[in-house]
Design a protein around this ligand. Sequence first.
Ligand SMILES: *Cc1c(COP(=O)(O)O)cnc(C)c1O
Length: 401
Amino acid sequence: MALIMQEVSTEQQIEIPEEVRDILRQWRPTPLYRARRLEKVLDTPARIYYKWEGVSPVGSHKPNTSVPQAYYNKQEGITQLATETGAGQWGSALAMACAFFGMHCKVYMVRVSYDQKPYRRGLIENYGATVTASPSQETEAGRAILAEHPDSTGSLGIAISEAVEAAVTHPGTKYALGSVLNHVLLHQTVIGIEAIEQMEMAQDYPDVIVGCTGGGSNFAGIAFPFIGRKLRGEQDVRVVAIEPAACPSLTKGKFAYDFGDTAHLTPLVKMHTLGSTFVPPGFHAGGLRYHGMAPLVSHLLDQGQIQATSVDQTETFAAGVQFARAEGILPAPEANHAVAGAVREALRCKEEGVSRSILFNLCGHGHFDLQAYMDYHADKLIAYHYPEDEIAMALAGLPSI
Ligand SMILES: *Cc1c(COP(=O)(O)O)cnc(C)c1O
């Protein structure tokens, strides 16, 4: 209930509970670095800064919300959380948070990642959580998909349906979502709030903020506090969301009411969507393979307060490798989208001969994604683009409102 109240809250600020701060303090504030060696490699007059969220125990921004979500559920007597995970980032973050608060965690993991990313699964299980490949025989939703597509590789939409069903059918169990919803975005704003103070310490202010968008939470986390300042007339900033060309909800989706999951168990939300039945091609940024987008991020795009661009995975991996060689940090495939966006902005500065300040969110490390990097170096990555026919079909099935 506390999370639902945050979901519909009109407060500008909500205090982080002391018990949650005690945990976040282990890795927060996260560092903000200036990418001086990358600037040199790009030979750009731009000043590039990145906020490094990969220092959390599971290696991404996700614990910023998994910890408070587990905390509030524990407060209300819940004993088990059910959830979905794509690449395994959210599953590991929630499993860790549940371990901290003595709760059980049940994770439905998209089949393709379950098979291709055994180490993330191992990490989740090590925190004491149970992992099931989705679609599974455990739920009505899973069985219905398997009856039609026995070889289904799954999708976030399907896994969400299974987790929601598991929560509804098991006493003491609630469902937890790792992105998209207002309260999740709220929890992630700790990133941008810290960045405002850190940019002040660096005696600079971003002209441009770049983030990658799957469901929109890490992007909102870094950008919203700055957009708040802009909307209050304090300081202007340009904000760019970078999404995969193979799953382009912001640039090619419709701004319409849609379901958050494939089995249509969730309430309808107005968001940029590719249709709840859309299953994106198997590109490597599993965390960016969601058909929808956070309603708040969708609204800002609709209002012209932010911009959105899509990039294909060969460009994102090229940027990620360039970044690793210059800065030493190996980004997650999702984070490579933000790196590619920042590189584009820096090269534009060079073309125009102007020095702008660019801030991007480096939302996670890629230590569990080395197969993807090996495939990239072996020229095995396909530059998937917008699967026009499939998206048209999925959009034709939007609920009529
Ligand atoms: C989950 C995840 C994403 C995508 O989710 P958002 O809600 O859009 O942030 C991006 N990067 C990493 C590293 C992730 O774990």
